[in-house]
Design a protein around this ligand. Structure first.
Ligand code: SF4
Length: 437
């Protein structure tokens, strides 16, 4: 891993660190969190943010004065190193720690994101049913409102900042999320599993609507036929997104090219979108280092792409992850899923992905397979043939994600099954928790 480049010298002076502390209130403006997303077994703060602490709560705010993280400091909070995060799509996510055995082995992260909407996670409890978690999610504006506007000895900058964070109401955050969905044309209903490397902090840019297959089993597809956007449409989105993220764009360095099969868009359009976004979002000077580019791809998208595209993607100033939906290497299962592709294509795409992963250091193609106890046994056998028997040795690149078909059904049995398959796999293997933006 290369060392972090020098900190954004032209922008950081705009955000001088300030601190105010009284008996019942502390404010830290522009804390410098870590500059790289890290996988650590203790909570890590990243980005440039401000923190407010009272005996009751700890809240964090981004550069637009919007609340981003929160936790209670009461004894009734589940665990002192667990926290809530509010996404740009205005969802609260509860990050839980070691309470669930094997989190890192299962998802490749030390903290488990518990989502407040139905998803396919096999792990986790029900943190949103906890009164204290619910209180922070629903009462944070009242908690802020109850704080005094000023205290004796409070400097002007602290009073101004307090006034600014109180102005960002839940309604304003909802409206902002609506704009985030409107600009690319729809809400991002699913992010690639690889986006975990950026804690799902990605800017969504749609370069092609819909997908090729409209598989019967899929719960996140839309009705749109696959259709690439025009370069002008992409430029318009970039302009609007830059305005929407506003000052906090400094905290972003990762891009998601939507929707469900950006890889099937024309190569020129993919490269155009990535390059323009990098420049216009000023990722070069982002607070966070190691810019990343994420997209979904399909089996046909990969097989039809010219080798030139991968050469050029590898040359971009991003680390790029393309997540392919294989779903199964067993024809019976593909047919049952209503996925209109052949095993021969799945195998060809799998091996092509492997060649690309070997050749390009800054490009990784990952793949998804579905998992469900109701699928034929031949599904698991065929998958193991690929991820074990077809590979001469273990390799650290080209992760495979197993995606449970059922939503809202955490299952210990399926988890054991997953660990068994993972142990046999010669590729890194994780569970896919479907997360939206
Ligand atoms: S699995 Fe992928 S290709 Fe199939 S319908 Fe869903 S989004 Fe489309």
């Amino acid at each position: 891993m290369s060392p972090c480049p020098p900190m954004t010298p032209d922008k950081l002076p705009q955000y001088p660190r300030q601190k105010f502390k009284s008996n019942d209130l502390s404010i830290e403006l522009y804390c410098r969190g870590t500059r790289e997303y890290a996988k650590l077994s203790y909570p890590v703060k990243y980005g440039l943010f401000s923190r407010l602490q009272t005996p009751e709560v700890e809240f964090e705010f981004n550069l637009n004065h919007e609340i981003t993280h929160g936790r209670s400091r009461r004894d009734t909070w589940l665990h002192p190193s667990e926290w809530l995060k509010r996404t740009m799509g205005n969802d609260w996510i509860y990050y839980s720690s070691g309470g669930y055995a094997g989190v890192f082995e299962a998802i490749g992260e030390y903290y488990l994101p518990n989502l407040s909407y139905p998803t396919n996670s096999l792990l986790g409890g029900k943190p949103f049913a906890e009164p204290e978690v619910d209180r922070i999610c629903s009462e944070w504006p009242d908690i802020l409102e109850r704080l005094p506007h000023g205290l004796p000895g409070m400097p002007g900058w602290a009073r101004e900042w307090m006034a600014a964070i109180k102005k960002v109401t839940p309604e304003a955050l909802e409206a902002k999320a609506d704009s985030l969905f409107r600009i690319p044309g729809a809400r991002v209903s699913v992010l690639p599993p690889d986006a975990r490397h950026s804690d799902y902090d990605v800017i969504p840019l749609t370069i092609a609507d819909g997908c090729l297959y409209k598989c019967r089993f899929c719960r996140i597809k839309n009705k749109k036929s696959f259709s690439p956007r025009t370069p002008q449409d992409i430029l318009d989105q970039i302009r609007d997104l830059r305005n929407l993220y506003s000052r906090d764009i400094l905290n972003f360095n990762s891009l998601f090219l939507g929707e469900h099969d950006a890889l099937s868009a024309p190569a020129d359009l993919i490269l155009f979108a990535a390059q323009k976004a990098y420049k216009e979002f000023d990722f070069k000077n982002a607070y966070m280092s190691r810019p990343r580019l994420y997209m979904f791809g399909s089996v046909d998208g990969l097989l039809n792409a010219s080798p030139d595209l991968f050469e050029k993607l590898n040359g971009l100033p991003f680390e790029t992850c393309i997540n392919l939906g294989f779903e199964s290497a067993d024809q019976k299962t593909l047919d049952r899923l209503g996925k209109p592709i052949l095993v021969r294509q799945v195998k060809e795409a799998f091996h092509r992905a492997r060649d690309i992963n070997r050749k390009y250091p800054d490009l990784e193609i990952t793949g998804n397979f579905v998992t469900d106890p109701g699928l034929p046994q031949s599904h698991t056998r065929a998958m193991l043939d690929l991820v074990r028997e077809s590979l001469p040795r273990t390799t650290p690149k080209g992760s495979i994600y197993l995606s449970p078909l059922k939503f809202g059904s955490p299952s210990r049995e399926m988890l054991y099954d997953f660990y068994r398959i993972k142990a046999a796999s010669r590729l890194p293997m994780f569970l896919y928790i479907i997360q939206r933006l």
